[in-house]
Design a protein around this ligand. Structure first.
Ligand code: PHE
Length: 342
């Protein structure tokens, strides 16, 4: 039996030394020392031996068991070291490899421009309010005093979505929405997309406007002038001037076209100025005092003594001026080489 023991033990040590994976090592452990393992079976047989033989064989068996366990442990450590070494080789980082360029997202230049202006007007107490892009024909036109025979309602200008519903052609419908929704005072800004059937280097079928409306007791045209001057100086520089030229919009009376002095040549009318083309002025927005018809339609009574002003400006035009962008279409082509500059 002693011989059998040393045969099993000797062979086991050899196998352990030869084993090349943790799995095969474990297999060896199970076939030797597991419940039904050969060494365990042998030890079970000890009970059948004589009292003289038993301690001798028992001691020898335990000796072998220890040796084998030690060998298993040693081999396991060695194998693990090799595996780790291999893994480190495989996962080696080449820290000199060129980095992959990550493009962090950024706001579109139109969004940046709107936000900048909202921030400026916000300091004068204007709150942002939004209206739907699919607007009722009533709010887009009638409610802002644009009668049915007005040229703006022509099929050529307006996208009709269905009976009584259009893609809003301007944000002015929100003037009426705000007045219907809240009693005066009203001091709102409405930024958003508007749509017109038009497409060339300076017109896009979709563009953005920023509408402003201030209604309260005793709001005067000089207030309009003051608010727009503040805005223009914040946006274009402290020495900017503005001028109001009489103009017509159905929802204001009087109405004005507002020009801002050229921030490049400063009204010097330089023939070469690419921004103002030598005129010294930039036509920027429409504005005026809210037409009394609108107050009537909003259900405001005359006795409240209310007055107000409104203005509306095209955001793309301002972004183009500020960044000297030559073609409106560049803003909407989604070319990252262009958009990434802002
Ligand atoms: N809604 C006008 C437009 O789209 C702009 C405007 C707004 C003019 C408010 C006057 C007052 O051109």
């Amino acid at each position: 039996m002693l011989e059998k023991l040393s045969a099993i033990g000797g062979q086991a040590l050899e196998e352990i030394e030869r084993s090349s994976s943790l799995e095969s090592l474990d297999q060896i452990r199970v076939t030797l020392l597991g419940k039904k393992g050969s060494l365990s079976e042998l030890l079970k047989g000890l009970s059948g031996l004589s009292p003289q033989e038993r301690p001798v064989l028992g001691a020898a068996a335990n000796e072998w068991k220890k040796k084998i366990e030690l060998a298993l442990e040693g081999r396991k450590t060695a194998l693990e070291k090799v595996l780790l070494e291999q893994q480190l080789q495989r996962e080696k980082l080449d820290i000199s490899a060129p980095a992959r360029i990550v493009h962090p997202g950024s706001l579109h230049v139109v969004t940046q421009t709107v936000r900048r202006m909202i921030q400026i007007f916000g300091r004068l107490g204007f709150d942002v309010t939004l209206g739907p892009e699919a607007e009722t024909e009533y709010l887009n036109f009638e409610a802002v005093n644009i009668p049915a025979d007005h040229p703006a309602r022509d099929m050529q200008d307006t996208f009709f979505l269905g009976p009584g519903v259009v893609l809003r052609t301007h944000t002015s419908g929100v003037q009426m929405r705000s007045m219907l929704a809240q009693k005066s005072p009203v001091r709102i800004l409405c930024p958003g997309a508007v749509y017109r059937c038009d497409h060339d280097a300076t017109h896009s079928p979709m563009f953005h406007q920023l509408e402003g409306l201030w209604v309260d007791r005793n709001v005067r045209m000089s207030d309009l002038n003051g608010v727009l001057l503040f805005w223009a100086r914040e946006l274009f520089g402290a020495d900017t001037q503005i001028r109001l030229r009489p103009s017509y919009f159905p929802f204001v009376e009087p109405g004005a076209e507002v020009d801002v002095s050229c921030f490049r040549c400063r009204v010097k009318r330089s023939e070469q100025c690419r921004i103002c083309k030598g005129t010294g002025w930039l036509e920027i927005l429409g504005a005026g005092m809210v037409h009394p018809r609108l107050f009537e339609m909003a259900g405001y009574s005359r006795s409240e003594g209310l007055s107000g002003f409104a203005f509306g400006l095209g955001v793309e035009r301002i972004a183009m001026l500020l960044h000297e962008i030559p073609d409106l279409r560049l803003l909407f082509q989604g070319d990252m080489r262009f958009l990434g500059q802002f």
